[in-house]
Write a protein that binds this ligand. Structure first.
Ligand code: AKG
Ligand code: FE2
Length: 350
């Protein structure tokens, strides 16, 4: 991952949110390792003023930095949320301080995590990567097709949705609102997916949701697991135009959505007890990634916000935007996967 640009304020422990006032807050005891997504955190802190971003503060998965537009919003959030159980974040007691910005030179590339080029090297069951899944000519046509259609602008990237709209506020789709068939310009991809090695040949026919993401140079994606109840087991992602690194994180022994450690009783759990596994893969343009089984259900995926990546000792510049086509099948019943700790259908917070 990229090192966060914001760190814990000097002075270490103690409550009270001491330290220099700042629009950025360091928030401990919430994050993906304890079942709280960056989107949920953004939505709660957004109640105090416009939030510019939510970033991992370190590798624990349980500490974040929330960046507000203004100091007044940060102060209001700190005063309201520090040291109190937050009902909208699973009842957890948050520890909130002002955060300090690190000098840019401390921002590290790839954070010394080796970046692999083949999925088998990551040893994550259910993760596959096929290089050169489409030709440069096909890539050009796909880019022209989406550039011809309207984009929706999010804070840092643009998206298009086909089949069903993906809602970022709920991280889900409305399965009752079908927008129509997937566009004909992706038919050849669906056909090719049917010969994806090791998959049942019908696996293409049911894919009914497509999200196209356009990431400007240096923009990534927060760590997340695609909501289990939203989509079935196979998630295909085709990379176009520019490359990126995708990092996979698995929190072992952690507290994911577990009632006894979710802070309902006001206890602070110790994310230090949860072991984090991290692995990274390089996704070149025209490659197709498949997340299935454990890779889809139990590993967070994450695109670090880098302009440069180091792959096998070579510096790879993200010199162009990256466009991805993510194909999924909308789920219509509850998820019954084998990973209940990570499953919104099988876990309850209260
Ligand atoms: O850009 C990608 O390849 C991944 C997108 C993604 O993870 C998502 O839309 O959930
Ligand atoms: Fe995803």
């Amino acid at each position: 991952m990229g090192l966060p640009r914001f760190g814990r304020p000097n002075g270490g422990g103690g409550g009270g949110g001491g330290g220099e006032s700042s629009p950025n807050l360091y928030v401990a005891n919430c994050g993906p390792a304890v079942g709280i997504s960056h989107d949920e955190i953004r939505s709660v802190f957004g109640g105090f003023g416009p939030v510019r971003g939510v970033h991992a503060a370190d590798d624990s998965g349980a500490r974040v930095v929330v960046c507000f537009d203004g100091e007044a919003s940060a102060r209001a959030a700190l005063e309201a949320l520090n040291g109190r159980p937050c009902p909208d974040l699973g009842g957890r007691s948050l520890h909130v301080r002002y955060s300090v910005e690190r000098p840019a030179c401390q921002a590290n590339v790839n954070d010394s995590l080796p970046v692999h080029t083949h999925a088998s090297e990551l040893e994550i069951p259910g993760l596959y990567l096929l290089h050169d899944f489409i030709s440069p000519g096909e890539e050009k046509e796909l880019l022209a097709a989406v550039d011809d259609r309207p984009w929706n602008s999010l804070a840092k990237r643009r998206v298009q949705h086909y089949g069903y709209e993906f809602r970022y506020d709920t991280r889900n789709v409305d399965a009752n609102r079908h927008l129509g068939e997937l566009p004909s310009f992706v038919s050849f991809i669906l056909e090719r997916i049917s010969s994806f090695p090791g998959l049942p040949c019908a696996s293409n026919s049911s894919l009914d949701q497509l999200t196209v993401n356009e990431y400007p140079v240096g923009v990534g994606l927060s760590p997340h697991i695609d909501t289990h109840s939203a989509f079935e087991d196979l998630i295909f992602s085709l990379s176009l135009a520019g490359p990126c690194i995708m990092e996979f994180r698995r929190y072992l022994g952690g507290a994911w959505l577990h009632k006894d450690v979710s802070g309902i009783d006001g206890n602070v759990d110790s994310p230090e007890n949860s072991k984090l596994l991290r692995k990274a893969i390089h996704l070149p343009p025209r490659s197709m990634l498949l997340l299935s089984a454990e890779a889809r259900y139990a590993w967070h995926h994450y695109i670090p916000h880098h302009k440069i990546d180091i792959v096998m000792d070579k510096v790879i510049k993200r010199s162009s935007r990256r466009v991805s086509f993510t194909f999924r099948k909308v789920r219509t019943g509850p998820c019954k996967c084998e990973f209940p700790l990570y499953c919104d259908s099988q876990s309850k917070r209260d």
